[in-house]
Ligand binder design. Structure first.
Ligand code: ADP
Ligand code: MG
Length: 728
């Protein structure tokens, strides 16, 4: 019965460490596999290079002749690097990445063979990708989608394939992916932020959103992970008793990294470095077998691509080291889950971080402008921010006593709270020269260049200011960062446009100086966005009550959270910022709800299989052993056997009790699932799954975990937490 489990354990014990050379300078490897500007310089004519650079800087179109040149150059370089195939690499709404490989190899009409790759193939492809979810955008007669080159993210070679980052759009132009809306949001925030940054420095001509993600993950021996169908098919354990020792001693956190893991990490980092992913930090996380990897931050579109690429590369390299990476937000009950903090800021092409306080009052006024506008934007659209990180797997964290709560609030720290409070108290309208000096010296001037608060770590806050950037803490470890990045940059763009309009109006109509106008508007924003600021304990009951009073949303589940996407305000927002049309937003909501339902459906089915095919049979088998023992005792001792069989009888009864309950609860869950499946409309169905089906998973688990405790170890069929979780 437990054979598979024992074989997996035996196999996991035979692992030898793959020795990876740690020596050598990482900087020598950096960008080796990337067709970056330096390489373009080598391979392209001046005209072609300028055309690509202008496409990167301002989004201008690249004409076909230039595209042919670029393609020729890319091909030459790729083949010299040993590549045989190329692919348009894109991000369908499934959340991961997709690729369809074509060989450079081609035949001429006369039968001669050659390596071919032209501008046409570089710029646009038509993968037969009609099975990707489109939320109804594509019906069958226009089922085709096109991928189109995104020159802002450089092509790279992975293994023997030249990968070209692309967007994925429908025949009629609607975005079918996560990248296209992100690029539009980044362009919106560029335009809006550049206009505002010009108040402070006329030389600014572009603003880039920056993103530094921190990827958490679990690493499990491959044989052990494969031995459980729940891990294989759902990415998490649906049942399983906590190990006697979990994370309570905090001995894993920042501890010595086990050898076997270290060699995996070394190889991973080398590979990433070649691919241009600037990985920098690695350490153990809180839970056993949990780790984190973080790069240096980059322009947001590139950072999103790099995170997706990283997840792919991790899977492959883990396989080589006989590991399985778990990106699921909550693979194990009773120990921490995983997230992916998104550190975000805005940077000018003049090299200034707009969320970094400076050494002069003017620089600090610029900082306050972007800082307060971000706060105001998140206050206005807090519910939309929450929706951007919603998923079935992330529901295990948000609103479930772990990670930040489902309520969005902003932590700014005591120092900056003080500054905002003082600014709020300043009188309105025109300022006398004395008032202005006072304001600049004593309020704005008080912001130190380096904020002490950046060491202030309130881990319960979902959106925290950490010295020179904001950090979104609720993003799921499995998620595509494009989603929260699209929303955040869109709402900040919208907010900055409104801000500029108000400031300009005060200057034109009320005759205020620009800095006075800025102060006036910011002061209003501080007042009207107060409810979103919260520095206290985000997990406390008191905060839930307070947040309700402040009318902040608290959407604990994905179906609830996704509703806001299609509100009148949200649709107007996305449309006015040219980020998504109504059709595109509705399609996304539909796709997300469907994905949610499918995830729960699969979990329900796997649970059913586990209970009927593995757990109950194991319980019966062990019960039979006890029964024969009792029968044997009766045969030998006659009527006095009972005294000798007390514990056996108790266990027999307990097994019966939990097996019966397990079967009953599982049958009830299946019935609820069938009922949910019969409902029409994705929202209705998703809600039914949330309210009626999902809660039963937990009761089923309780009885299974009781049986795990009761059964002889030899009989228990599922690899246990204590066996899965401690890599040597
Ligand atoms: P933590 O304690 O949350 O792990 P770290 O300081 O180690 O914090 O990580 C901070 C992350 O923030 C890094 O991934 C880094 O690249 C990123 N980061 C730093 N500055 C910026 C910025 N200006 N924009 C975006 N991300 C940034
Ligand atoms: Mg962090």
């Amino acid at each position: 019965m437990a054979k598979a489990r024992f074989e997996a354990i035996a196999e996991s014990r035979t692992r030898k460490r793959i020795v990876i050379e740690e020596k050598g300078r990482r900087s020598d490897l950096f960008l080796q596999s990337v067709f970056n500007e330096e390489r373009m310089l080598q391979y392209l004519t001046k005209d072609a290079l300028e055309s690509v650079q202008s496409a990167i800087f301002s989004g201008s179109k690249i004409d076909r002749k230039i595209a042919d040149q670029v393609a020729e150059a890319m091909k030459g370089w790729a083949i010299s690097m040993g590549a045989t195939h190329y692919t348009h690499w894109f991000q369908p709404l499934t959340g991961s990445t997709a690729e369809k490989h074509d060989a450079f190899f081609d035949l001429l009409p006369d039968g001669r063979a050659l390596e071919k790759f032209g501008g046409g193939q570089l710029v646009q492809q038509e993968p037969d990708a009609s099975s990707f979810p489109s939320g109804g955008i594509r019906n069958t007669f226009e089922a085709r989608g096109y991928t189109a080159w995104d020159p802002t993210s450089p092509a790279f070679i992975y293994e023997t394939t030249l990968c070209i980052p692309t967007i994925f759009v429908s025949y009629t132009g609607e975005a079918l992916d996560n990248k296209a809306p992100l690029l539009r949001a980044l362009s919106a925030v560029d335009e809006a932020a550049t206009a505002v940054a010009k108040y402070f420095d006329k030389n600014v001509s572009k603003v880039n959103a920056t993103l530094g993600w921190e990827q958490e993950y679990f690493l499990i021996d491959k044989a052990l992970a494969d031995s459980r169908i729940d891990l294989r098919f759902t990415g998490r354990t649906l049942v399983g008793q906590a190990a006697a020792k979990g994370q309570q001693l905090d001995d894993h956190y920042f501890g010595t990294i086990p050898d076997r893991v270290l060699s995996f990490m070394s190889e991973l980092e080398k590979e990433c470095t070649k691919l241009g992913i600037p990985v920098k930090t690695r350490h153990n996380e809180v839970a056993p077998n949990q780790f984190e990897l973080a790069p240096v931050f980059e322009e947001a579109n590139l950072a999103v691509d790099h995170n997706l690429l990283l997840m792919d590369v991790m899977d492959k390299i883990a396989e080589k080291h006989q590991f399985k990476v778990l990106f699921h937000e909550k693979p194990f009950a009773g120990i921490n889950g995983s997230g992916k903090h998104n550190n975000w800021s805005l940077a000018t092409d003049t090299g200034v971080n707009l969320l970094s306080p400076g050494s002069t009052p003017m620089k600090n006024l610029q900082f306050l402008t972007f800082f307060i506008n971000t706060i105001k934007a998140v206050d206005t659209y807090e519910e939309l921010m929450r929706s951007s990180i919603a998923s079935a797997s992330n529901d295990h964290r948000l609103g479930a006593n772990e990670a930040p709560p489902a309520i969005f609030s902003i932590f700014v720290g005591t120092q900056l709270s003080g500054v905002l409070d003082e600014l709020e108290g300043v009188s309105m309208g025109k300022l006398s020269p004395e008032e202005k000096t006072e304001l600049k010296l004593n309020v704005v001037g008080k912001i130190p260049e380096i904020l002490m608060d950046n060491t202030d770590r309130n881990r319960t806050s979902p959106f925290a200011f950490t010295g020179n950037k904001f950090e979104i803490r609720g993003v799921g470890s499995k998620a595509n960062c494009a989603k929260p990045m699209t929303v955040l940059n869109t709402i900040v763009a919208k907010q900055l446009i409104a801000f500029k309009k108000e400031v300009d109006a005060l200057v034109d109509q009320k005759n205020l100086k620009k800095d006075e106008a800025v102060f006036n508007v910011l002061r209003e924003y501080i007042k009207t966005s107060k409810r979103i600021r919260f520095d206290g304990d985000g997990y406390s009951e008191a905060w839930f009550k307070e947040a309700k009073k402040r009318k902040l949303s608290n959407n604990k589940t994905t179906p609830e959270a996704l509703q806001i996407l299609t509100s009148k305000e949200s649709l107007a927002l996305f449309k006015s910022m040219n980020v998504m049309s109504e059709v595109e937003v509705k399609a996304r909501q539909e796709v997300e709800l469907e994905a949610y339902i499918l995830h729960l459906q699969i979990e329900g089915r796997i649970l059913n299989e586990l209970v009927y095919n593995q757990i109950i049979p194991a319980a019966m088998a062990y019960q039979n052993v006890l029964i024969s023992n009792v029968c044997g005792l009766k045969e030998i001792y006659g009527a006095s056997y009972k005294k000798l069989a007390v514990s056996q009888l108790q266990i027999i009864e307990e097994i019966a009790e939990h097996s019966t309950a397990l079967k009953e609860k599982t049958d009830a869950m299946i019935a609820s699932r069938k009922k949910a499946n019969a409902l029409k409309g994705t929202f209705k169905k998703a809600t039914e799954y949330t309210e009626k089906v999902k809660p039963q998973f937990e009761t089923i688990r309780v009885h299974s975990d009781k049986l795990e405790r009761l059964l002889d170890d030899e009989f228990w069929p599922l690899t246990k937490y204590s066996e899965l979780l401690f890599i040597k």
